[in-house]
Design a protein around this ligand. Structure first.
Ligand code: FAD
Length: 207
């Protein structure tokens, strides 16, 4: 796999980082404390084409891929104002509709997802989940590693800064709950390990 980003990808990073700086962690925490949402940031990111960067150009998207969408999410998260619903709306729902939706579904939903005007969630049942063990293994390991990295990073930052890390000004205590959630949702760490044990290592189902 090539980890060198193209000029376009680097330019996208820089543009998203600039937007992230305009909002930042102060905006994120202010909205959270007031019970608000990140609507202004969501709408501006949509207007700038960042939310739909992975969606087909013929439906108002950027015509790029999930890597580019990950760049958007990474840069906003780095700025302290990650948009979690990007994972659900343009990434999961958008990709599935673009790949498997009817033309009518694509015409109806993709422009709205690309502009950010609609936010989609989904309800699924997975009676045959686990068939694609190779993809499942990679996805589960990536999810596991990302959760562990985020939990340990915040914990280490708190340890390094000591008592002051718990103040509102440092903002780290508020991150604790966020990162800790990644070990539970959308799938618990234990269920990830169960999947890998059963499907990759061929061990008997343990639960
Ligand atoms: C912020 C947040 C947002 C969420 N959003 C959504 C959403 O949009 N849609 C949705 O459907 N769900 C959502 N969830 C639910 C989420 O998918 C579940 O919390 C998650 O799958 C864990 O299931 P659970 O909470 O029932 O915990 P449980 O399954 O009860 O697990 C509790 C603990 O028990 C242990 N455990 C459980 N099973 C096993 C096992 N087989 N082997 C070993 N140990 C085990 C683990 O330590 C685990 O952490 C959300 C959860 C959170 C926290």
């Amino acid at each position: 796999m090539n980890f060198t980003e193209t000029d376009e990808q680097q330019a996208l990073r820089a543009a998203v980082a600039e937007l992230g700086r305009e909002y930042g962690y102060a905006y994120y925490t202010r909205q959270a404390r007031q019970g608000g949402r990140l609507t202004e940031l969501w709408q501006e990111a949509g207007k700038l084409g960042f939310l739909g960067v992975n969606l087909p150009a013929e439906y108002g998207g950027g015509g790029a891929g999930l890597y580019e969408l990950a760049i958007v999410l990474e840069e906003l998260a780095t700025a302290g104002c990650g948009l979690l619903m990007m994972v659900v709306s343009p990434a999961i729902c958008g990709t599935i509709i673009a790949r498997y939706g009817t033309q009518e579904q694509q015409r109806t939903w993709l422009p709205l997802l690309a502009s950010g005007a609609a936010i989609l969630a989904f309800g699924i049942t997975e009676p045959d989940a686990g068939d694609d063990a190779a993809a499942g293994e990679a996805a589960n390991m990536a999810k596991y590693a990302a959760a562990e990295a985020s939990v340990r990073t915040v914990d280490q930052a708190i340890q390094a800064l000591g008592g002051s890390s718990m103040t509102q000004e440092f903002g780290l205590a508020a991150m604790l709950a966020n990162v800790r959630t990644t070990r539970i949702a959308p799938v618990s760490r234990e269920m990830i390990l169960n999947f890998v044990a059963q499907h990759s290592l061929g061990l008997p189902k343990s639960y």
